[in-house]
Design a binder for this molecule. Structure first.
Ligand SMILES: [Zn+2]
Length: 213
């Protein structure tokens, strides 16, 4: 199923779920967005629509990395000229060099790995947000998984629900948890073999039971 179809189903599922939680405009609006985004998350294990959205295109990201690398070098040079040598220059110089090297051999999926690592880092910097940190871990893991494996299982759904639970507690917005679960679950259902357009199913109980549903 295409990403746009997943998104439409997810928005609907999220809106209905949000309305059950609290029938006001804000909750329903937030829940629709959360449902739509959540319905794209399981396909982070592909080079498809969802992963393109989060990692931009390969060419753009390559040049972006080089640009950031160059920016870091200019900032370091400036700091060296104004305040002299500090140990942090080595650290940032290393990061800049790494970006240049990585931009040469980066693939779409490794771009996703890097995105995950950046989100993890964001989670640590942003008041130690466990929710953001876990979201980064999810993205980094998904970038190594074969298509329609763990992200399309109940284990993946449970991990995702735990992330939503953390975010809802940190952001104090009702509906995130329920709408996100409904959006994510709608993707798994829409990918199931019982629907005639799906030739492959989903391994709902992986790794315990690898039967495709
Ligand atoms: Zn899928």
């Amino acid at each position: 199923m295409k990403g746009s179809s997943h998104a439409v189903i997810g928005v609907t599922a999220g809106a209905i779920a949000g309305y059950q939680v609290q029938p006001d405009l804000f909750t329903v609006a937030v829940s629709s967005i959360v449902g739509g985004v959540s319905a794209l998350v399981p396909d982070l294990d592909t080079n498809g629509v969802a992963s393109n959205k989060i990692t931009i295109s390969k060419n753009v990201s390559q040049w972006l990395m080089r640009l950031v690398g160059a920016g870091i070098f200019i900032a370091i040079a400036y700091q060296f000229l104004t305040t002299g040598f500090t140990p942090s220059i080595l650290l940032y110089g290393g990061i800049g060099l790494l970006l240049f090297i990585a931009s040469r051999f980066i693939t779409q999926r490794r771009m996703l790995t890097l995105t995950g690592i950046m989100v993890i880092w964001l989670g640590i910097v942003m008041h130690q947000s466990t929710g953001i940190l876990l979201a980064g871990i999810y993205i980094a893991i998904a970038s190594f998984l074969p298509h329609r494996s763990y992200t399309h299982s109940l284990l993946g759904l449970a991990f995702y629900a735990f992330i939503l639970h953390q975010l809802q507690q940190e952001w104090l917005i009702d509906g995130i948890l329920v709408a996100g679960i409904c959006g994510y679950a709608s993707h798994l259902v829409a990918d199931m073999k019982l629907l005639p357009m799906n030739r492959r199913g989903v391994k709902l109980f992986a790794p315990l039971w690898n039967k495709e549903w």
